[in-house]
Design a protein around this ligand. Structure first.
Ligand code: 6PG
Length: 403
């Protein structure tokens, strides 16, 4: 008897492997394929007793799937996705569904959507957030594409997504490239959050706080309105000591960051639409500057930086930083939401901003208590023109101005 698996996944990188285990663990049978066959064989052998089929060829993979086929690609964004789609086109049949779960540029997704649709296929461009752990235990998923494909994929997506208050962290985002677009803005916001944390750290450091004291402060912040995954892992990172020297690990890590592109895409799109995303802009620019390590080092031999003059009492400084960080976070999210609203109107996507905030409450990198507040604000007023104008956020911002 031929195998008729529920789902197929191509690309057994770390995200792909973890998604497969998550999907299989939720009761679905899964076929997998990887360009390097040894990876497929090792993966399947490492997970005996599971409903997995490792296909050695693309033909075997396609034949092992029940119709309409559901094939997910977990590949590096860019040329690899196009190449694989070209290989799939002659092998798939009308009605089959291809899902791109990578961080693709939304205009690429729109182009691929048109190509697959012309062949009678259905394409879902899905943002998947949460890193390795999220992929395994429950990511936040942002799928875009035709409603008929969403209807068929919904049971799988809802089964594998993170849950908050019993609700799965996935909704149908909109047609075409809407899902990948929203994931891009999610990442832009993620860049902004990390930059705000870095700036708070830099001020605490300039004021003479030790890394352990800073870890205490971030842990404290994680108990309140700033509670979030990124604040939590910042506290943990600050607590880490190098086993060899006993020094805090943050003091030993090279202050040089790379970027894969989603932050820049957010910035370019905002500029094209005349939307201000100043926090994301600052974050992208800080990464660019950080990457110029040699130039910064050379300049530091000749140019003197300012002497920090942080005159507040230490406890008061930490409190004011908390309020400033919270207010800046509200401004940054307001900007990201404004950008999504602008693009939604331009593209006719009908994005549900409250729904998007609600699926970011769990699973994804920017998951935070704060997103529940945003969800509530849009539930109270779905037409809210600007997040800062929601009564709760107006109150926080007005209280935080001095900070
Ligand atoms: C996620 C993350 C993940 C990654 C981004 C940003 O949602 O799980 O956003 O996709 O962090 O690709 O990567 P860079 O910071 O390296 O650009």
């Amino acid at each position: 008897m031929t195998v008729q698996n529920d789902f197929g996944l191509i690309g057994l990188g770390v995200m792909g492997q973890n998604l497969v285990l998550n999907i299989e663990g939720r009761g679905f049978s899964v076929s997998v394929f990887n360009r390097t066959d040894a990876v497929t064989r090792e993966f399947v052998a490492a997970h005996p007793g599971k409903r997995l089929l490792g296909a050695a060829t693309l033909d075997e993979f396609i034949q092992s799937l029940s119709r309409p086929r559901k094939v997910m690609l977990m590949l590096k964004a860019g040329a690899a996705v196009d190449a694989l789609i070209e290989q799939l086109l002659p092998r798939l049949e009308a009605g089959d569904i291809v899902i791109d779960g990578g961080n693709s540029l939304y205009t690429d997704t729109e182009r691929r959507d048109a190509r697959l649709t012309a062949h009678g296929l259905r394409f879902i461009g899905a943002g998947v957030s949460g890193g390795e752990e999220g992929a395994r235990k429950g990511p936040s998923i942002m799928p875009g594409g035709p409603a008929s494909a969403w209807d068929l994929m919904r049971p799988i997506f809802e089964a594998i997504a993170a849950r908050v208050d019993g609700q799965p962290c996935v909704i149908h985002i909109g047609p075409g490239g809407a899902g990948h677009y929203v994931k891009t803005v999610h990442n832009g916001i993620e860049y902004g959050d990390m930059q705000l944390i870095c700036e708070a750290y830099a001020m605490l450091r300039a004021a003479g706080f030790s890394t352990d004291e800073m870890a205490d402060i971030f842990e404290g912040w994680n108990e309140g309105e700033l509670q979030s995954y990124l604040i939590l892992i910042t506290a943990k990172a600050l607590r880490q000591r190098d086993p060899e020297t006993g020094e805090p690990v943050v003091d030993l890590i090279l202050d040089k960051a790379g970027q894969k592109g989603t932050g820049q895409w957010t910035l370019v799109n905002a500029a094209e639409n005349a939307v201000v995303v100043s926090t994301i802009n600052a974050a992208v620019e800080a990464r660019v500057l950080s990457s110029m390590k040699a130039a910064r080092l050379a300049a530091s031999m000749r140019l003197q930086g300012p002497t920090p003059a942080l005159d507040s009492h230490r406890a008061e400084l930490a409190e004011r930083l908390h309020d400033a960080l919270y207010a800046a976070k509200i401004v940054s999210y307001t900007q990201g939401l404004d950008l999504m609203r602008t693009m939604s109107e331009k593209q006719g996507w009908a994005l549900d901003l409250g729904g998007i905030a609600s699926i970011w409450r769990g699973g994804c990198i920017i998951r935070a208590r704060f997103l529940g507040r945003i969800t509530d604000a849009y539930r109270a007023d779905p037409e809210l023109p600007n997040l800062m104008r929601a009564p709760f956020f107006e109150g926080v911002l007005n209280r935080s101005q001095q900070a």
